[in-house]
Design a protein around this ligand. Structure first.
Ligand SMILES: Cc1ncc(COP(=O)(O)OP(=O)(O)O)c(N)n1
Ligand SMILES: Cc1nc(C(=O)O)sc1CCOP(=O)(O)O
Ligand SMILES: [Mg+2]
Length: 550
């Protein structure tokens, strides 16, 4: 996305205003009880604020529910979650809706909209309020009153009138309320071409010049900023949005993404702008970042298929495609995968003139139950390309693929996990970066390290060097005794490593020590002429050991 500003302005972040204290407008006993509870919570929260409290950016969305979850409240929740802010919700209408259209609308009574607003605003102190579908003038009034009573840092108004499918969500009677009541309070209003035209009494908007003059005229209604979205301009033109702050115009250009999955784009953009404002951004940066996010989401979601209608939803979290074609490891880590753990070595494969993909394929065909790419010499680009190719092979065979040391490469190719040592990125940091589903293994030589690996959220331990090895320089040999001590202390499954091969794998496994699940091997598989044959032989030895152990 290109961003052009005609004049640059330094927008200071909106100032935090303290929210008014809860006013006693409650009548029933239940409500008095709630009021007392709320006071108690306020005392508690004042006490909490003296400690190390983390302030979480918070957007309140006031919008309609979309049962298809492409737009409305559901899109707002997803966009805010994807952009890393908390999102609370006030529902103005419940729609029966899917990718075909809107089949029904049930408007929430004004006083219940008001009650939801009071519940959230009086207690949770959202930074920013974003409005979407406001089906009645009464609801607009209630919002304005609530915001006067409980001011927030910024108000984002998405003047929703018609759904993507062309169904009416708010009739023309709402226009006067927008113009006279809500827009004067708004920090930014985000009409598309149709909405901008409706706000201006139906003027045709067909060019950038028209958009600029519409932005100016809408600004006269009172919002601090107007973003006129040009996505509906003729397809021959670039997708350009115009932002006007009352003085200067800012143009946001982005490539036109050809996709049927645009349902909810407007709601998601407005929520993303609200999310950035809640984090403290200026309006210009908020629009810029939000547009970049929506552009990536549109591009990522362009070939997902949900529903049979003309306009499908976005994938806000850029994750759904992972599940297509069985490309995702959908089960929990199985310690049984540590049984025959093949660890690659770029030098050995080069020495034997084989590609890494051939090496991995042969190891899997020979019986490897997990593969780790340990490519110490590879450039990042080569490593990433090899990792992608190996991942494809591993997924075809249902064998997990881990990356040694390089969390960045694991993330970039969506590998099943990583293996880290004591001087690599700490497992607890890797866990934050990789999320809860990925496999993390940690090298441990002592019971203390094993305990720490468990605390840090690792899934398994690699324990060695059991025997001397020439594959890893200056490696401390801990012997079978060291291995046994770690296994006994460990709360995690363990794979033994270091100098292990066909001749001694049985001695390792016959320790019969709890948690020991298998052996990890480099040279005994890859510094040999036939990876397939050597893996098959090792597999046989391990199978024999495991039957004897039983
Ligand atoms: C299964 C397994 N165990 C241990 C290691 C060694 O990791 P580390 O200590 O980080 O050393 P390098 O392999 O990075 O040289 C491993 N790779 N795999
Ligand atoms: C990568 C690695 N880690 C070790 C540890 O002790 O943590 S030993 C080792 C090398 C294992 O290679 P080979 O199977 O050729 O001995
Ligand atoms: Mg390492």
């Amino acid at each position: 996305m290109g961003f052009q500003s005609h004049h640059h302005h330094n927008f200071s972040a909106p100032r935090l205003q303290s929210n008014c204290l809860l006013k006693s407008g409650f009548s029933s006993t239940k409500k008095i009880h709630q009021f007392n509870q709320s006071r108690a919570l306020k005392v508690k929260s004042a006490m909490r604020q003296q400690e190390d409290e983390v302030r979480i950016p918070h957007v309140l969305t006031v919008a309609g529910s979309d049962s298809g979850a492409g737009a409305g409240i559901q899109a707002d929740l997803k966009a805010c979650a994807a952009r890393g802010v908390y999102c609370s919700t006030v529902i103005t209408a419940v729609t029966a809706q899917n990718t075909v259209g809107v089949q029904g609308v049930n408007v929430v009574p004004e006083d219940f909209v008001s009650e939801q607003l009071r519940s959230v605003l009086s207690d949770m102190r959202p930074d920013v309020v974003k409005t979407g579908m406001l089906p009645t003038t009464g609801i607009v009034k209630v919002i304005c009153q609530s915001l006067e009573e409980f001011p927030v840092r910024a108000l984002v108004v998405d003047p929703v009138m018609v759904s993507t499918s062309g169904d009416t969500l708010a009739g023309p009677s709402i226009l006067a309320s927008f113009r006279e009541e809500l827009l004067p309070m708004a920090d930014i209003v985000t009409p598309n071409l149709k909405e901008a035209s409706a706000l201006l009494g139906g003027v045709p908007l067909e060019s950038l010049a028209d958009m600029r003059s519409a932005a100016k005229s809408i600004h006269d209604f009172g919002p601090k900023h107007v973003l006129v979205k040009g996505g509906d301009l003729p397809a021959s033109l670039d997708a350009v949005d115009i932002l006007y702050d009352g003085k200067d115009f800012f143009e946001f250009h982005c490539s036109r993404i050809i996709t049927p999955n645009t349902h909810g784009t407007g709601c998601s953009l407005a929520s993303s702008i609200a999310a950035e404002l809640a984090k403290g951004s200026s309006v210009v940066s908020a629009v810029k970042v939000a547009k970049r996010y929506i552009e990536s989401a549109l591009d990522y979601s362009k070939d997902i298929f949900i529903g049979n209608g003309r306009q499908g939803p976005l994938d806000h979290h850029l994750k759904l495609k992972n599940y297509a074609h069985g490309l995702c490891r959908q089960r929990l880590f199985d310690p049984g995968n540590l049984f025959l753990y093949a660890v690659t070595d770029s030098r050995m494969n080069q020495k034997w003139s084989r590609s890494i993909t051939d090496a991995v394929k042969a190891a899997i065909e020979g019986g490897a139950t997990i593969v780790q790419l340990r490519e110490k010499e590879a450039d990042t680009l080569d490593f990433l390309e090899s990792a992608k190719a190996c991942l494809k092979i591993c997924r075809q065979h249902g064998v997990p693929l881990l990356i040694n040391d390089r969390i960045d490469v694991a993330l970039a190719c969506d590998a099943d996990g990583v293996h880290v040592g004591q001087s690599d990125m700490p497992a607890r940091v890797a866990r934050v970066l990789l999320g809860p589903d990925k496999i993390i293994g940690v090298s441990c030589k002592t019971p203390e390290q094993a305990q720490q690996a468990w605390v840090d959220g690792a899934d398994y331990i690699g324990c060695g060097g059991v025997y001397p090895t020439s594959t890893k320089e200056n490696n401390l040999t801990i012997g079978l005794d060291g291995l046994e001590a770690v296994c006994l202390a460990s709360k995690l499954p363990v794979v033994a490593i270091g100098g292990i091969g066909i001749s001694n794998a049985h001695s390792v496994m016959e320790l019969q020590v709890p948690n020991l699940k298998g052996v990890a091997v480099v040279s005994a598989l890859f510094d040999r002429e036939s990876v397939l044959t050597e893996t098959q032989k090792l597999h046989k030895v391990l199978l024999k050991s495991s039957t004897e152990v039983r």
